[in-house]
Design a protein around this ligand. Structure first.
Ligand code: NAI
Ligand code: MG
Length: 353
């Protein structure tokens, strides 16, 4: 029997609705699947904690989390009480940085029962692998002078180590999928870092002769996400390009309420963190209508990360079956509550037993 020790941070707003829903699903899954067990330890670190203590987590918070196999997070943010830069940087971004979660992965796939804004295809299933530690999002640069002389410089940083790390992850992931990696480049316009990116891609691809490759400039690639998303399997990108592509990926699926994400520590020296793409949704918090699917799909990615890929796939199939049967929250055109969707998912899981 495997027992996974998971640190749970529901966070703010609907994090407190969708995280309990996902835990209920994971507990049900453990009940029906004899070989699997979870030990959840919950931490009340959020904006309430900040109001009471002047910080988002205790000083030894990172040390406490180190001992777990994964961090399962809802959402952070209560902008009416705590400025976003304080709440996000004090918890979420701190965890990503301290735990060297250098890769961000986000799937985008046709989801049964959901109306995608794409009318011409139901046939896409891709994964964006985003370099998450450097690239265009660097702190190197500055501003100088005032008035008409004002000037700002922001440097993009591309190290061979981080670039290779993201690409290696993408190729390995492709080996477990359909064996194809697309590189998002822009070497026709960005003349130093992107030719370097292309060279590293060439080098890394030689290590994986079984994986097919393609490279597109980011502008054309973005258009293909809309016109021909079915041509992609794994797409590897820099920090900025990946940020935009993964948002576009969520958009072509049809709702932010279903989009999951994972922040991966590739070395295995610290836990990885699993969190949905959406935030704390203060506009709907407390009404019991938050869509739990993004959080539950995030749990599915955690199972994949642990290597429990079969049961993970069954869970994703069930999420789609429930949606296709019309048990849907209002954001995707239904009338069901968070709890009703969760119960429907758990009932289908019990049928597997
Ligand atoms: P948001 O993602 O919380 O909400 C955007 C819109 O999508 C809202 O209309 C909301 O009701 C809807 N929505 C989001 N998730 C949903 C779900 N599961 N079911 C149904 N509808 C859903 O983004 P917003 O409003 O810009 O940010 C709210 C707070 O969340 C801010 O404090 C922001 O900084 C924070 N945030 C935190 C993130 C994180 O923890 N990773 C990510 C994005 C935002
Ligand atoms: Mg973004």
């Amino acid at each position: 029997m495997k027992t996974y020790e998971i640190a749970v941070i529901p966070g703010d707003g609907i994090g407190n609705e969708v995280v309990p829903a996902a835990l209920q699903v994971l507990r049900t899954l453990a009940d029906v699947h004899g070989g699997l067990n979870f030990k959840f330890t919950s931490f009340p670190w959020n904006c309430d904690y900040y109001m009471a203590n002047g910080k988002m987590m205790p000083d030894d918070g990172i040390d406490i989390l180190k001992g777990f196999q994964a961090v399962f997070l809802g959402a952070i943010g209560d902008p009416k009480r705590v400025p976003d830069h304080i709440s996000l940087w004090g918890l979420l971004i701190k965890i990503r940085r301290e735990f060297e979660q250098s890769i961000n992965i986000r799937p985008a796939a046709y989801f049964k029962g959901l109306e995608s804004p794409l009318k011409h295809t139901k046939n896409f299933d891709l994964m964006v692998v985003r370099e998450n530690s450097e690239g265009e999002y660097s702190e190197i640069g500055g501003r100088i002078h005032k008035g008409e002389d004002q000037l700002a410089i922001q440097n993009a940083i591309f190290s061979r180590r981080a670039t290779e790390r993201a690409m290696d992850y993408a190729f390995k992931l492709a080996q477990s999928r359909r064996g194809h990696v697309t590189s998002a480049t822009k070497s026709n316009g960005i003349v130093h870092t992107m030719p370097f990116w292309d060279e590293v891609f060439e080098d890394v691809s030689k290590k994986y002769p079984d994986v097919q490759t393609a490279a597109y400039h980011i502008d054309a690639l973005s258009a293909f996400f809309v016109t021909r998303p079915e041509i992609f399997d794994v797409v590897v990108s820099s920090n900025l390009f990946g940020d935009i592509l993964s948002e576009l990926g969520a958009a072509i699926m049809g709702s932010i309420g279903i989009a999951p994400a994972a922040n991966i520590n590739t070395k295995g020296n610290y836990p990885s963190m699993f969190e949905p793409v959406h935030g704390s949704a203060p506009d709907i918090y407390g009404r019991g209508i938050a869509n739990p699917i993004a959080q539950i799909w995030t749990a599915k990615m955690m199972l994949d990360h642990f290597g429990d890929t079969d049961i993970a796939q069954k869970l994703l199939d069930i999420l789609q079956d429930v949606t296709a049967e019309g048990v849907k929250t209002p954001d995707i055109g239904g009338r069901a509550t968070t709890q009703e969707v969760t119960e429907a998912i758990c009932n289908k899981l019990k049928d597997l037993a």
